[in-house]
Every structure is written in structure tokens, then in C-alpha cells.
Design a protein. Structure first.
Length: 494
């Protein structure tokens, strides 16, 4: 019998006993005359014993429990749906300083001292039952406002301009209300995640919708307050690995021992393409598999993992075709005479392999990731004029992008120093790292390495202050330029 039942039984016994005690303390009525000696005395009614009373009360409790269980929904359902909201944002301040002020990369980087923000990430999660939930993560972003998609290009031989190309094009989202002169810019919205999740057990769950590709360390746990550096590793910024996918993801975790567990994930989604976030242009689907082994025994934590991904990239154009006869009317000899067809413009097979590792010992943390992408064309796209020059091809020669591969990776170390005094309660984390990326072996001009170091200060678990200095070293100095970046950031979650 549980403590609550025992307390209830004792209370019931006390209530049952009160009338009997009260009757004993009241004035007794006159005693009846004694029966004749030959008449038998009336039998007193039998009183239930304490055990019988407790048994009767337990039967009543059990009956109430059965009634409540019959009226309640299935055990997997929560009595109320839990809905929670949270998010994070950041503000950065800094600039890039190029050794050569006319460097090509300067057109797409903050070469002037500026404030900037990656936006605001908002989460909404609904826990509909014990096993069923839904998650939506959106990013309110300032893009595409201000995005420059084209620049005037002058082609010179010596001091003579032989050709002028393009014109400056910058996205401008300025608008105003119908009854107001207040002008403002409309900013963008990025859907990071939106899926329904069913997880009946730790070893198995499934998601349906848009999810983050389960690779590496920073992709799934990508909030700026938890990032060690100010920005993501270089290979993530060049999309060597797809950041998001739309489809299905099966996942789970299996305990191998008290300190050792194996996590896995299997993905089936749209292949990469110009519209893969909502439509696939090929019947081939992208498939992926993730394994991660974690050893966690304080004060040591080790994890090692990898992700393999395959997709068939497809780009195409829809065309309308009209067949006319000599009378300039629809020709019935063709079926259909007013129809459509699809023309493929680019197609290739893509394979991506990644590896990641992390070591934590007390307050020391060492992490690293590596990724390699292989692209094999069956229909290559024509290379643009400016890209031909970067490849070392004469301006007037037509070429197509050949099969290639891209690689990237990084290693970083950090050490957390807690500071607890009467006035201060925070942690300070110095860090240093080495980062490199070759986005495409056919465009070596974009290959670069980066050496960074910085300091994080966490005055609260929800706030991180960062100061970072980095040195960017591109492979081709005659086009790009070495540069130094000084960046600071305040990142916070709520």
C-alpha cells in the first residue's frame, strides 16, 4: 500500500470512529427494563473489524482508479499539449583588412568597419503526445536586401579597355505602406527546420519534413551562442555538404554500456537542385547514413562520427511546343500539337563523405571535421567568362565545367576557465583553430586557409561575448589577397 493510500485509510478510520465516540460521550438514555428471565437477550449487530474497513476502503479506491482509467485517453497521450518557444540572435562588429586594397574578395566581404547580424532564429515545438511532436525553426534574416548579384567588369589590355561587361545589380526591397510615407526594407525568412517527429523509443525515431543534415558538430547544434568561433567553418559556408534536406530521417541511439552509446541516422530526401527545398527535378532521391560513437565517463568524453551522402543533381527547363500546319492552325498530326517538354541543362552524380571527432577532458575541448565532395558530370554546364579567366582559360574559348572534387576541414582547441568570486560568476574560454577549404579543384582561386584565435566570455549560460582575430590566406595571391579579420560578437538565446 502506498503512503498516499495509507494516509487516506487512516483518515477514513478516524471519520468512522468519530460517531461512535460521540455517542459514548453523550448523556445516556434511561436503561430499559430487564427482560424476563426466560426471554433471550437480543443479539448485538456485528461491527466490521479494522482489517475489513481497510479492505472495503481499498476496494472503493480501486474502483475509482478503474473509472478514471476508463475515462482517460490512451497512455501515450499527454493530458494537455505542451507548446514551447525559444530562440537566439547575435550582433557582430568588425571588418576585413586586405593586404591589397584592390583584392577580388573585397566585393563580397565587410571591408569597412560595420555592424552586422545573421538574424533571429525562432523555435516552436509542440509535444502532442509522449511519442509525437513537431518542431519549426525559422530564421528572420536581413537578406536578400543589399545582396549584390552583379558588378561592372572592365576588360583591359594594358591601359586600353577592350570590353565592358555587366552593370551593378543590388537587391533593393524598399517599400512603404499604402497610406504612409515611412519607407522601410522588407527582409527575408529562411525555413531552417519544419518536421513531424515520432519517437516511440530511444533506439528509433522518424522525422518527416525539412531537417538539418545530420553531419559533423555544428550543423544540427548551430546556434551562435554555442559556436566557439564567430562564424561557421569554411567548408560549411561553401555548401560542400548540404545543410538542409526535405524528406524523411530515421534516427536513434543504442546504449552499448554505461559509458558507451551508438547514435545513427538514415536520410531519404530530394536530390540537390535549384528547387530541392520544395521540389525534386529527378526521380532519383538523395540517400545518406550517419554513425556516431560516444564514450562519456567523467571527466573524459570522446566522440567520433561520419556521414555518407549520395544524390543526383538535376537542373532543367520546361518548354512549351506548338505544332502548326500550313494553315497556321494546330496540326492534328502531332499529339499533342500544343504541349510541353523538359530540357535538361545540368546533371551530375554527387558523393559526400564526412568525418568528425571531439575530445573533452575536464575543461579542455578539441574538435575537428573533414568533408570531401566528388562531382561526376553526365551533362556539364558552360563556364561563365569570368570563371574561365580564373581557371586560366583564354577569354574567347568556350569550355564546360569538368568533373571535380571539393574538400574542407578544420581543427580547433578551447579551454574553459570558470571564474567564481563575490563579484563575478562567469567563464572565460580562449580558443585557436586552423581552417581550410578547396571548394572545387577546377577553381583553385577560391581555395584558402584560415588561422584564427579568440576569446569567449559567458557572463550567463544564455549570453556569449566573443572577440576573434583571424588571418585569411588564399591560394592564388595574384587574384585574391591575404587579409586580416577582426571580429567581435554578442550572441544570446532566449
Amino acid at each position: 500500500m502506498s503512503p498516499r493510500i495509507r494516509i487516506g485509510a487512516c483518515a477514513a478510520i478516524t471519520v468512522l470512529a468519530i460517531p461512535a465516540n460521540a455517542a459514548a460521550q453523550s448523556d445516556a438514555p434511561p436503561a430499559p427494563s430487564a427482560p424476563p428471565p426466560d426471554a433471550p437477550a437480543p443479539a448485538a449487530p456485528a461491527q466490521p473489524t479494522l482489517e475489513e474497513r481497510l479492505a472495503d476502503q481499498q476496494r472503493q479506491i480501486d474502483a475509482l482508479r478503474e473509472q478514471a482509467a476508463a475515462a482517460a485517453p490512451e497512455a501515450t497521450f499527454s493530458p494537455t499539449r505542451l507548446l514551447s518557444f525559444w530562440g537566439f540572435s547575435d550582433l557582430s562588429f568588425g571588418k576585413m583588412i586586405y593586404d591589397n586594397p584592390n583584392a577580388l574578395y573585397q566585393v563580397q566581404t565587410p571591408s569597412s568597419l560595420t555592424f552586422f547580424s545573421s538574424g533571429i532564429n525562432l523555435y516552436a515545438k509542440s509535444e502532442m503526445t509522449r511519442t509525437l511532436s513537431a518542431l519549426v525553426e525559422t530564421r528572420l534574416t536581413y537578406t536578400p536586401n543589399g545582396y549584390a548579384s552583379n558588378w561592372p567588369t572592365e576588360v583591359d589590355i594594358g591601359n586600353t579597355t577592350v570590353q565592358s561587361l555587366n552593370s551593378f545589380a543590388r537587391v533593393d526591397t524598399s517599400t512603404r505602406g499604402p497610406y504612409s510615407q515611412l519607407q522601410y526594407r522588407q527582409d527575408g525568412l529562411l525555413i531552417e527546420r519544419a518536421y513531424l517527429e515520432w519517437k516511440p523509443a530511444d533506439w528509433f525515431g522518424i522525422r518527416a519534413g525539412r531537417f538539418l543534415t545530420p553531419f559533423g558538430i555544428w550543423n544540427e547544434d548551430h546556434g551562435s551562442p554555442v559556436l566557439i568561433g564567430v562564424d561557421y567553418p569554411q567548408f560549411m559556408n561553401f555548401n560542400i555538404v548540404p545543410i538542409w534536406q526535405l524528406g524523411l530521417e530515421a534516427f536513434g541511439s543504442v546504449g552499448l554500456s554505461d559509458e558507451l552509446r551508438l547514435d545513427y541516422a538514415l536520410t531519404l530526401a530530394n536530390s540537390r537542385g535549384p528547387e530541392d527545398e520544395y521540389k525534386d527535378l529527378t526521380d532519383m532521391k538523395a540517400v545518406g547514413a550517419r554513425l556516431k560513437l560516444v564514450y562519456d565517463a567523467e571527466p573524459l568524453m570522446l566522440r567520433i562520427g561520419g556521414y555518407a551522402y549520395y544524390s543526383h543533381y538535376q537542373d532543367s527547363e520546361d518548354h512549351i511546343r506548338i505544332q502548326l500546319d500550313s494553315n497556321l492552325t494546330l496540326d492534328p498530326a502531332y499529339s499533342p500539337s500544343f504541349g510541353s517538354y523538359v530540357q535538361s541543362t545540368q546533371s551530375y552524380d554527387e558523393t559526400v563523405l564526412t568525418a568528425d571527432a571531439e575530445i573533452r577532458f575536464h575543461k579542455l575541448r578539441i574538435i575537428g571535421e573533414f568533408a570531401r565532395q566528388t562531382v561526376i558530370y553526365d551533362q556539364a554546364s558552360q563556364v561563365a567568362d569570368d570563371e574561365k579567366l580564373l581557371k586560366g582559360v583564354p577569354f574567347n574559348v568556350t569550355i564546360y565545367d569538368p568533373s571535380h572534387y571539393g574538400v574542407g576541414g578544420y581543427v580547433m582547441g578551447a579551454y574553459e576557465i570558470p571564474i567564481h568570486t563575490a563579484l563575478l560568476d562567469l567563464s572565460v574560454t580562449p580558443y585557436a583553430g586552423y581552417d581550410y577549404v578547396v571548394p572545387s579543384t577546377t577553381e583553385p582561386v577560391r581555395a584558402n586557409t584560415q588561422i584564427r584565435g579568440g576569446l569567449n566570455v559567458k557572463p550567463s549560460p544564455w549570453v556569449t561575448l566573443k572577440l576573434e582575430a583571424s588571418r585569411l590566406l588564399p591560394q592564388n595571391k595574384y587574384v585574391a589577397s591575404d587579409a586580416t579579420a577582426i571580429m567581435s560578437q554578442i550572441a544570446f538565446s532566449f
